[in-house]
Design a protein. Sequence first.
Length: 108
Amino acid sequence: MPAGDFKERRRYPRVKAAVPLELRHSAGAAPLRVTANEISAGGCYIETMFTLDVGTRVAMVIWLDNEKITAKGVVATRYPQVGNGIEIVQISPDDRAKLEAYLGKLRP
């Protein structure tokens, strides 16, 4: 595909930001504490050596400044020993509004 023909598949534009997350999944007893380095209203990308398998369902706590929001997600991409893309599949309307307001402050 020629370089000019790239088509963005994401529904929401990502923003580069260091956002702390806690992820819980059924196989792990303790939460994984990670940092998303890209985030959007539809998900995030985390860098981690210990990646999760695609399809793994996770409960997410996202810290936006000092505000905690919760969501449910599913691992959409896996790059072993590099990171995971996580899609948000469930979030309350109030928490979605908080996330979108936070992202709005970060966009140029």
